[in-house]
Design a protein around this ligand. Structure first.
Ligand code: UTP
Length: 408
């Protein structure tokens, strides 16, 4: 892209300020900026002009969850079905590790965080250990796709390499980058991170399948005959990945997607709960849960919206391929965005100062026809690390890991 082409593109979006330092840059920096401009999707900024869509437009009703007593009753059958699929190479895992982990406050990728006490124990290492449980049980390595972003790709891949893939079979780990979106101030002007670099951030966890596709990784999926993708977040160090029982139940129930869920701790717990929206599987976020929905009971007198998602989903590949051409809704989120001011000073805001643009995995669930909420025991499978201390923190996760007899 030439300077003139950049000028003309930016003027379409009212972003001419991006080139205001251009003449002071070195040749290399000018090229870096031009190439970033050509790779950036500025059309997301148009969403700031449109009036905000009210979120809950559909009719919400309860969804049936497969609960622990029923799971335990059919455990052997589910497990055998799941193991058969795993041993036939039909199941792979996708680790979502493209997020910024801002709440944890580390400059490194979240997975590099050391949660060990007597020895190093990195989050990535813990997740690979969890996956190894199933490799041992099934006798087969499982393909693992790892989503990174421009911001953490090099650090993540170098770390896996340095750590010798934590003993996992290297050829079964495949990295891919998600797309980036510009971050803008409240007036819709894109922030600059440096005079030669726009402030951009990963575009949310909803686009993982299209990013995998764009990276050419569906070739592996097709060649290997992978039919199910178990997508999971980087921060739950207790989760079971490619859990045969979960896989078997989702296959047996013939659902497009399975979702691991935990029973809510209390009615006001801040967790998104599974429901149906206009008869499609969906998730009501805790801030969208009206008192009326919160207090609705099922036929057994139990809360009807009682199962919170933990970001561990099993998607059927064929269904993902059917819907992947459809546009996911774009969410505009207020965040603290580091940037430079007009004089070139670096500013690290304490309060939100602008918008980021994200797609969310929950919107992908809504595009599916059927979903199986599959209950798991919170104490055994849910130890998310979002913060340094307090709720969902390194401390609380360590405690839960120790309760599950993991030596840290
Ligand atoms: P979170 O919503 O917790 O976001 O991500 P985050 O970026 O990790 O952390 P904060 O909010 O900045 O503190 C849930 C999961 O989705 C992944 C994260 O890596 C995590 O596994 N994710 C999130 C992506 O892969 N890409 C994104 O753009 C956002």
């Amino acid at each position: 892209m030439t300077e003139n082409e950049a000028k003309s593109l930016l003027s379409q979006y009212g972003q001419e300020h991006i080139l205001s330092y251009f003449d002071t840059l070195t040749n290399e920096q000018q090229q870096e900026l031009l190439s970033q401009i050509s790779d950036t999707d500025f059309s997301v900024l148009n969403h700031l002009k449109k009036p905000k869509k009210t979120s809950n437009t559909g009719k919400i009703s309860p969804i049936r969850a497969l609960q622990l007593p029923e799971i335990n009753k059919n455990k052997n059958q589910y497990r055998d079905t799941g193991l058969l699929a795993i041993r036939s190479g039909k199941v792979a895992a996708v680790l979502l590790a493209g997020g910024m982990g801002t709440r944890l406050g580390s400059d490194n990728p979240k997975g590099m965080y050391d949660i060990g006490i007597t020895k190093p124990m990195y989050i990535f290492e813990r997740l690979i250990c969890n996956l190894m449980d199933i490799v041992r049980e099934s006798g087969e390595f499982i393909h693992l796709f790892v989503m990174t972003s421009d911001k953490n790709h090099a650090a993540t891949t170098n770390f896996f390499n340095e750590q010798d893939y934590f003993g996992y079979e290297k050829d079964y780990i495949h990295f891919f980058k998600q797309d980036m979106a510009p971050a803008a101030d409240y007036a819709g002007k894109v922030f600059m991170e440096e005079p030669y670099r726009l402030a951009t951030s990963p575009n949310g966890n909803g686009g993982w399948f299209s990013s995998m596709k764009n990276a050419g990784l569906l070739d592996i999926v097709h060649c290997e005959g992978i039919e199910w993708l178990n997508v999971f977040a980087v921060d739950n160090v207790l989760q079971r990945i490619a859990d045969p029982c979960f896989v078997g139940a989702t296959i047996t129930e013939n659902c497009s997607v399975g979702a691991k869920v935990v029973r809510k701790n209390h009615p006001d717990e801040k967790v998104g709960v599974m429901c149906l929206k206009d008869n499609h599987p969906s998730i009501v976020e805790y801030y969208e849960l009206t008192p009326e929905l919160r207090d609705t009971k099922d036929e057994h007198g139990e809360p009807a919206y009682n199962f919170g998602v933990i970001l561990n989903y099993l998607f059927r590949v064929a269904d993902l391929e059917t819907i992947c051409q459809r546009q996911l809704p774009l969410h505009i989120v207020e965040k603290k965005i580091p940037h430079i001011d007009e004089a070139g000073n670096h500013i690290k805001p304490e309060e939100p100062n602008g918008y980021k643009f994200e797609t969310l995995i929950l919107d992908l669930i809504e595009m599916m026809d059927t979903c199986l909420p599959f209950e798991v025991e919170r104490e055994k499978e849910f130890a998310p690390i979002k913060n340094k201390t307090g709720v969902d923190s390194v401390e609380s996760a360590r405690e839960l890991l120790q309760k599950n007899r993991v030596t840290l």
